[in-house]
Design a protein around this ligand. Sequence first.
Ligand code: ZN
Length: 181
Amino acid sequence: MVSRRDFMMQSSLLGGGAILGTLVPGSLFAGEEKKIHINMHHIHTGERLHQKLSTHEMLDASFQAEMNRFLRDWRLNQKKTMSPKLIQLATEIYMQTGATKPMEIVCGYRAPKTNKALAAKSRGVASNSFHLKGQALDFHIPGVPLRALGNLAKSKKAGGVGIYPASHFIHVDVRGYPASW
Ligand SMILES: [Zn+2]
């Protein structure tokens, strides 16, 4: 049972009802506390994050700190507060695929200097990327076709979804309105 106080804390941490409201009805994170499974491997750092916890525990500062560290700009070793909504979205997508192997993380936070350097090299990197705000994640899940993964992400209507077959990852962000490429 979620108390009103806990609910208020949850709402304020996540930035109010708008955040939960953008996920589809029946979302893991709507309603009462549930068990979730976070299973990520970062392809650049080689680090692994594997946790079974509750939707409630995801709101703990210690969990948030762990995500900020895990999804840091690995080139410069700089951290940013990662959007809780983004973590929710990634978790929901992962759990819905039924995958058992870890989600392979290609990019989380990107510091301004890194983004500038990448944008100068590639037209695929936006100068105002949501990665700069801790609101975007690039990943793939072994055993899940990229197109199917992209379609699942789009069905969440949480923000942008880009499919990059040549680089073998999808980009998701929580800009708050659907966009796809
Ligand atoms: Zn991206």
